[in-house]
Design a protein around this ligand. Structure first.
Ligand code: ACM
Ligand code: ZN
Length: 628
């Protein structure tokens, strides 16, 4: 018994000494009580360590470190101050004696904060930088401008803040549904704010101390409603909210803004957005058409490319590099641009196959605005479900052809803020998932085991430090129907479709009888989506007693997914003459995210079961038709 007890303690000590996030390359536990407060030696730029790390890629060499923690104190070796700083982050998490040798897998380990949709001030940003740097995250990407508010002081265009940093509607949703009105600082209903240049300098000084880069994003030519509101001369015409690439006034404004941004932020990369521009107005704008003619541009995509290329020349002339969302590939990528791949991995694949660099932020793994646990128990998200383990399962090199892998700079988690009204909620969405992003970016894949245990310890410490992190110990997890499947009499039976799905095929004609339930997310490939009625017939192979027919529908108003208005169940013995067995009305008045069974007991004999769901509006999503 005594021996067993000792063995348990030894194992526990081994685990806790190794409880690091992100997991290091090598860690060896040693005996004794650690002394973390005494630095025994610090060798930065030591010859022996430089030799030991000589074969690493340059970026990994720069951040590599060796840390030894003993009962007497700790020793650090590193090639640079950055490596030394990373070692100290490891030290803070150690609670046993250990020897650590470590370096990053990727040079870019980022987190994006959207401070346009809901403003987050300097103090909030500084607080998050502290937690991010403890995870060895080395890039903070600030989404500074968007329709819902401009968030950076610009001296040459002061109306960007005086007119467009304030709005009516404390929440984005309220603003969105009440006519998207802007307001003025100090007005009673004004919600908003912006970072002054002094705020930015403070953030940048802290970033330097934390060996972190802050990348500013100035959106163009889409997501620019606030710019066109403050300076209508840069839009195509009234009612258009994208910047007009036909007008010189647009370039005068953009270059002037970028000149100030470049003067303020020292980062190599300047992010210019480029996503989701609605190019429709460009088709009928005389200035846009004149530009297309003069420049020989064959499409509005090429017109966007023209804008991006021109902006890239400006940015390059100032010694910086252009970074943009993957839409900048459309119409031709500018010569030196780096692509941020968000619509899956294909933007990244295309960029690296053209010899460009890419940062991977695919929505399926990196969009932290999705809820992280059962939506029934979570605050409203933007749509979709992204639990910690799925974020952690991502490999930025997956899908990337061998010859392009060296062009993948790394990974970034994005936190869009449409549905995140409070700072507490921001922290809740960030942690602990951003720790998974950090590990995806820093750790070698073979060292990623035991993450849940390690991250729980890190997250508990964060909560104790005053952060409103999601308590991963209380995670409910995936939908039971997804994890365990659904057993019923129609599994494997043939289904004939009288109507067909729209864009969300799931498993095609097998979907409703494959015994596999959908998860919390409509986009997980197990829910079939319809923009019209669902009308299908299940063939049970032989006439039999039927007692129950039903299906669970997913409702999620954000992405326009609603419950059926009613569901009808029809039975037939011969497949020709059907009798209505039941009509199930929708009795839910106020739709919110939910999973609602439209099922009914029936009494009858049948070989064929016809299941019809009439839409209310938008999409209907169904995963299985259960027959018993
Ligand atoms: C994006 O999510 N629109 C980049
Ligand atoms: Zn135009």
């Amino acid at each position: 018994m005594k021996h067993l007890f000792a063995a348990v303690i030894a194992i526990f000590a081994a685990l806790s000494a190794q409880a690091q996030v992100p997991a290091p390359v090598q860690m060896t536990r040693m005996e004794g009580a650690p002394n973390t407060s005494r630095e025994l030696s610090r060798k930065i730029g030591g010859k022996a360590f430089a030799r030991k790390t000589a074969s690493l890629p340059a970026f990994a060499w720069e951040e590599a470190y060796e840390l030894t923690l003993t009962p007497k104190g700790y020793k650090v070796e590193a090639n640079t101050e950055t490596g030394y700083f990373r070692a100290l982050q490891t030290l803070r998490q150690l609670d046993g004696c250990a020897a650590v040798y470590d370096y990053p897998r990727f040079q870019y380990r980022g987190f994006m904060l959207d401070i346009s949709r809901h403003f987050r001030d300097k103090d909030f940003i500084l607080k998050q930088m502290k937690a991010l740097s403890s995870l060895k995250i080395n890039v903070l990407h600030l989404h500074l401008t968007d329709d819902a508010g401009w968030r950076l002081q610009v001296d040459s265009y002061p109306k960007l803040t005086s007119e467009a940093a304030w709005r009516e509607g404390a929440t984005w949703k309220e603003w969105q549904t009440t006519g998207r009105k802007y307001s003025k600082e100090g007005a009673p209903e004004a919600y908003g704010g912006y970072l002054t240049k002094a705020d930015v300098r403070e953030i940048l000084a802290e970033a330097e101390r934390l060996h972190m880069t802050v990348i500013p994003e100035i959106e163009m030519p889409g997501h620019s409603r606030e710019v066109v509101f403050a300076y209508p001369e840069v839009g195509c015409r009234e009612g258009s909210y994208e910047l007009c690439p036909g007008k010189e006034a647009t370039f005068t404004l953009l270059e002037s803004v970028l000149e100030e941004v470049i003067g303020l932020f020292p980062s190599e990369y300047i992010h210019i957005g480029g996503d989701e521009a609605d190019k429709e107005h460009w088709e009928s704008c005389p200035d846009c058409q004149a530009r297309m003619q003069a420049e020989g541009l064959g499409s509005v995509e090429e017109l966007q490319s023209y804008l991006v290329r021109r902006i890239e020349r400006f940015i390059n002339a100032h010694g910086r590099q252009l970074l943009g969302w993957d839409e900048i590939l459309e119409g031709g990528l500018s010569p030196n641009a780096t692509v941020m791949s968000w619509r899956g991995t294909k933007g990244g694949i295309e960029a690296v196959s053209q010899g460009h660099d890419a940062v991977m932020t695919p929505g399926r793994y990196c969009y932290l605005d999705k809820v992280q646990d059962a939506p029934l128990y979570e605050p409203e998200g933007f749509g979709g479900y992204l639990p910690l383990d799925v974020v952690h399962s991502y490999d930025p090199l997956q899908d990337i052809p061998e010859e392009g892998k060296s062009h993948i700079l790394g990974v970034q988690g994005n936190l869009w803020h449409e549905r995140i009204p409070t700072p507490e909620h921001t922290e809740y969405m960030m942690y602990p998932r951003v720790a998974a992003i950090a590990e995806v970016g820093w750790s070698q894949p073979e060292n990623k085991d035991g993450f849940l245990e390690r991250v729980t310890r890190w997250n508990d410490a964060l909560i104790a430090d005053g952060y409103n992190a999601f308590d991963i110990k209380k995670e409910y997890g995936e939908r039971p129907a997804f994890k365990s499947g659904i057993r019923h009499k129609a599994v494997g039976k043939k289904v004939t479709y009288n109507t067909t799905w729209s864009g969300y095929p799931a498993a095609g004609e097998a979907t409703f009888t494959d015994g596999i339930g959908g998860g919390w997310s409509y986009g997980d490939g197990r829910w079939q989506g319809f923009l019209k009625a669902i009308d299908v017939v299940i063939d049970m192979d032989e006439v039999q007693d039927i007692h129950f027919v039903g299906g669970t529908f997913l409702c999620e108003p954000g992405p326009d997914i609603f419950l059926p208005k009613s569901v009808e169940v029809w039975l037939s013995e011969d497949g020709e003459r059907f009798e209505q067995a039941a009509v199930i009305p929708n009795e839910i008045q106020e739709p919110s995210q939910s999973y609602v069974l439209f099922g009914t007991p029936v009494q009858g004999k049948a070989r064929y079961i016809r299941f019809v769901a009439h839409p209310t509006r938008g999409f209907q999503f169904l995963d299985e038709i259960v027959v018993n």
